[in-house]
Design a protein around this ligand. Sequence first.
Ligand code: DCP
Ligand code: MG
Ligand code: MG
Length: 813
Amino acid sequence: MEDSVLSQLSDDSLLEYIADLSQSQSQLDAADYTREQYFREKSARQQQQDRALQEENKQNGVPQIFGGCAVYINGYTKPGRLQLHETLVRHGGKFIHYLSSKRKATHIVATNMPLKKRKEFANYKVVTPEWIVESVKAGKLLPWQSFAHAWDDKQPKIAVTNCNDPNFLNNFFQNSRLHHLSNWKSNLRQNVLQLNDSFRVPKKKDSLTVFHIDFDCFFASVAALDFPNLDIDSDPIVVCHGTHNSDISSCNYAARKYGIKNGMWVSDAKGFLPQGVTLNCLPYNFEKIEAKSAEFYSILRKNDFIKFDEILPISIDESICVKISQSSETPNLRDICQNLRNEIYKSTNCTVSIGCSDTLIMSRLNLKRAKPKSSFILFHKDVDDTFLSNVKLSDIPGVGSSTISKINALNNQEPILENVLQLKKVINANKSFIGSMTATVGNKLTKKILLSLDGKDDDESLKMIYEPINFFERKSLSIDINWGIRFNSIHEVDAFIDICTKYLVEKLNELKKKTSQINLKLLKRAPNAPIEPEKYLGCGKCDSMNRNSKLGIPSNEFGFLTTEIKHNYRCVSCPPNELRGISIQFIKLVDVPSTKDDISKRFINFETFQNLPNDVKPGFVNELKKRKIQIKEPKVNKYQESFLNEIPTQLRNEIKKDLIINEKIKNSEIDRIYAKQVQRQNSLMNSKNHLLGNSNESIFESIKFQNETSFKKICSKIIAWVDFTVKDNGPHPKDLELFENYLDKLSDSNRVPLILRISKLISNELNLKSLKYSNENGFQIWEQQLIKTIIPKLMKNKHTFQTVRKLDLEFDL
Ligand code: DCP
Ligand code: MG
Ligand code: MG
């Protein structure tokens, strides 16, 4: 036997081999009988025995579940080798005695396997003995992935684990589901822009029917297609990279029955299952996922049941389809949903659920209600308490756990509000609750929540329907790596930033855009977190840090952008070896004019022309004229011109060249940036003037109150108003409403300092009047107004800001 084969033997096999050798000493002594022959014969003998055993079991009706599997057992196992061998053979499997190149094993069974061995067996399916035991129990072949070694995660399928390797990024992307998801999503959105023509964008007056369609446990359903032995309806299935410290991207409803959820760690999920129930961990099949999604969208575009006016892509597995309702006909929505579901199932072998209604929010809530494998239709006017009692607060888009705990704090945690009906009751019982909610979670979100109690949409959400092109247009571009980041020096970080920027700039160019803002977000190991987290090369517990830079003018230049990002890195204090995640965002993308419109193409430089040999120049001049291409003369002023005319031709040309260079310097980026900055500063000054009421020029949209835009004049009006109304019955409610609107507008446009000044103004006014009028009704109304409405608005700016960001993300994954 070759040494290399020897080295592949497990300890057990090697010992067995030595024992066999010593026993068969006499045979080995024979000159023509080699060790290899001995093994071949021994193996053949054993296989014969195996076949006989298998045949007997087959005859007796034992299910041959391991048919086609050739299994090699490595090292000590529990249950033992003999037992596994027998079980396997009885159930149709082939037992491989020695692992040599001739005998290809399909699976390797081992209880323990050191890293070195794991590398050696990198091309095999390496499983724990439970794979055999559990499959026999289940009476069917279970996917080997579910029994792959736990430390599989520590040796992930992502081959390039060194972030300094130039291939790291590509490898990371290939394996990152989040990268795939975001790529798919942006491609789908790009398609929306291109499909512009086939849309019929609804008008505000149209009545709509909205279909929110989403695959049931999408990744899990697609993955299960590769495992016909598994039943998606009854076997618990999850999709994940490893089998321990990796997160579940999708779990089927059979797994959810036990409390397993998307996003859990596999190791935690396993703890939810009762004894004897196995979790089937399946690998990602990104190609198939993409193909199924394409079929889904193609059916939405073309089917025999309904022609949608808009097909809006929410994600790879989810679309909002809008039909403008014709009053003349009442379509049978139940049939449409049923037919669509059937058609999609026929084509993809995966099920979708549909929520249908006349508003976005209701179609979304109905979808939740419909899941899995069904549809649910309810229009907003039919919303009743029973329906609301089934809607969780967290089902409202934009409402997360922090909002929920804030609302509960307002209600003194008594009782804990979980569903929407409970919230509705609290609001009905206590009208001032809305005011408190506005003060804590912001005006926009409060309005949105109140509207959703009636099944209605807020304006922000409706933009998706009424302005789809604007809504789905790509507004930012980002790269986000939170796995495998381990650096030792700033040079390594710089090199990595270069790679990331290059990637982003390529994307930017594909989109024909420039960026006007960059944001660098870093994950820094939390002070108390271990150097290496549980998840292999994961980011572990981190603090996140941010640095944003607004570029003077939009850019798509690699050198400029990467330098800016490196500069940003140096501005936050995160030593390279503490870095665990890097995210770079290009924000506020703007269009680059297409080359056709690029006017510079219609010129050639004077210098270029001047350098041509004199004898060919006339020919070129004619040709250029024909094509209306001008020779760009250096800009010279009148004085320079008359001076130039006085000097000899040779010298004149040289001076002209010099002027060109000077002109170029003038036109350089730096100058433009500087000019922009000056302009910005000026406009900021103007805006200050505006706020004080001295100027009409402003970068802010002017806000009117009582037909005034000058803040100074508005203040005078307010003082007069307070003055006049504290004395008797107080301000007229209509006026107050307008006033509140004005304050809202100030607050929504980040002009909180102005609200502060107004509140001080009113407060001073009330102080002055308190001796004389504090018992008057009007005085008390103003006091209340100040405390309950104006001051809470002061606190609001921060929240408003957060709300806007949430709204941006609300339909995101
Ligand atoms: N996905 C993911 N990671 C996320 C969100 C989603 O990997 N943070 C993937 C896995 C999901 C798919 O996107 O299968 C679709 O997301 P859904 O939210 O629609 O979840 P599912 O389709 O799995 O389940 P459901 O039946 O609740 O829609
Ligand atoms: Mg889904
Ligand atoms: Mg979805």
